[in-house]
Design a protein around this ligand. Structure first.
Ligand code: AMP
Ligand code: MG
Length: 431
């Protein structure tokens, strides 16, 4: 009988590194970039704040009306029945009423108009009877006892108060943040400089799209290099500067050259392929020569082999070659690491509980990231179905999916109706 060696098909292999531990190890070994650049606000979308933002002003600056109507003081509201008020002027948005308003008086006011001195309440125009023609000038209105004191007024500083910490260092600015900063009058912001990320694919079997004559068949044994395109697309979503170093062939000198070239300029170097147990010894040799790189066997599927360490000053991630494994290891390790390096604190993507509508095969001892399609069912419950066959080479399963089904290490398969956790691919805001 043949004595069997350890392989990625084995279940419960004792030396596998748990995902959480691997993640912790790499985050603690990576020092965030601290150089900052000052940018106009209009160019700061998705950049990471290098310093806390404290509001220099109140927003809104003064109390103003939330509705079109009439401003008055609460003592003018009748305890019962109706009362007539004299309209003494108009407050437009951007054109305040500068007079005094006494009891028994009101000011015609429009949304955003500053509350006149002496007024603390706005009654909406629909709740008023105009005794004179509804002009913008002086006149007479009737209100009743149902007017609520203090209503329809936006108080000064109720959105953001002067001195309030608005956005912390490490925050990646999204669309609403840009708007909030503009509302504070902040025209320039200090952000962490963008990370530079170099990447390449490895493999003698790979054909670059730009080297292929359209319509001609691939040579036997060749396949298109998709990983570099996936990687570039994933990196674009992280708003880093990228350096695409192309395809590196499976030999010592090309691998060494690529690593040295990449690490000379980049903060992070990412490769795909060439880190499995079956790969040529030169990979290990080159990595030991040009850097300090460990070859991990992770307790996860897909994505068991992962190389991580330093090449020169750059952090290095050697992802597996299988296209799904590239995406999963990128999402679970490289993405949080890049966010951490860019100074972000919020590294985790949400895990949502869902009911699984598929039976999923899985062995205990490793976390599995299966491709799923999640949706709300008729009862409004989050449910998820498998995309079908889950081979690490089936990139189309990733394209069909809208989430990863994360099946915990200890679980021994998933039965129909079981609770699982999912990681959605998309959020609401773009970016
Ligand atoms: P490796 O980890 O280098 O043994 O690669 C594992 C498998 O992943 C290979 O047999 C290829 O089928 C596939 N693969 C590796 N690199 C790429 C790539 N850049 N694009 C598409 N498939 C790849
Ligand atoms: Mg290879």
């Amino acid at each position: 009988m043949i004595e069997k060696q350890a392989s990625c098909e084995d279940d419960g292999e004792p030396l596998l590194l748990p995902v959480a531990e691997a993640r912790q190890r790499l985050l603690t070994s990576l020092q965030p970039v601290c150089e900052a650049v000052e940018l106009p606000l209009s160019e700061a979308l998705y950049r990471v704040l290098a310093a806390d933002i404290v509001s220099p002003v109140d927003v809104p600056p003064q109390a103003n009306s939330a509705m079109d109507g009439y401003a008055l003081q609460r003592t003018s509201i009748p305890a019962s029945g109706e009362r007539s008020l004299q309209v003494v002027g108009t407050a437009w948005a951007g054109q305040p009423f500068t007079g005094q308003v006494g009891e028994g008086q009101a000011v015609r006011i429009f949304t955003g108009g500053i509350m006149p001195v002496g007024c603390d309440t706005v009654v909406i125009q629909e709740h008023v009877r105009c005794r004179t023609a509804p002009t913008d000038g002086p006149g007479l209105i009737d209100i009743d006892s149902e007017v609520i004191a203090g209503k329809n007024v936006r108080q000064a500083g109720e959105d953001v108060a002067c001195g309030q910490m608005v956005l912390p260092r490490g925050r990646q600015l999204h669309a609403a943040d840009i708007g909030v900063l503009a509302s504070l009058g902040i025209a320039r912001v200090n952000v962490v400089r963008p990370l530079k990320v170099a990447f390449f694919s490895t493999g003698d079997e790979l054909c670059a799209l730009d080297e292929h004559v359209p319509g001609t068949p691939l040579a036997p044994g060749k396949l298109f290099d998709s990983n570099r395109y996936t990687m570039a697309a994933l990196l674009r979503g992280l708003h880093v500067e990228v350096m695409d170093l192309g395809i590196v062939r499976d030999n010592e000198s090309d691998t060494r050259d690529a690593l040295l070239r990449a690490s000379a300029d980049a903060d992070v170097v990412i490769s795909s392929g060439g880190v499995s147990a079956g790969d040529a010894d030169f990979v290990t040799r080159v990595f030991h020569e040009v850097g300090q790189v460990s070859f991990w066997k992770l307790a996860m599927r897909p994505g068991r082999p992962l190389a991580f360490g330093k090449v020169g000053q750059a952090a290095f991630f050697g992802l597996p070659g299988n296209p799904v494994a590239v995406m999963v290891t990128f999402l679970e390790f490289v993405q949080p690491a890049l966010k951490h390096l860019a100074g972000m604190h919020d590294l985790d993507t949400p895990l949502l509980p869902a009911r699984c509508l598929s039976t999923l095969r899985k062995s205990p001892g490793r976390v599995e990231y299966q491709r799923g399609i999640m949706r709300l069912d008729e009862q409004g419950e989050l449910v998820v179905e498998s995309t079908g066959k889950q081979g690490a080479g089936r990139l189309s399963s990733m394209s069909a999916a809208n989430c990863l089904i994360v099946i915990a290490s200890e679980m021994d398969g998933v039965q129909l109706g079981d609770r699982v956790q999912v990681q959605p691919f998309h959020g609401l805001l773009p970016g």
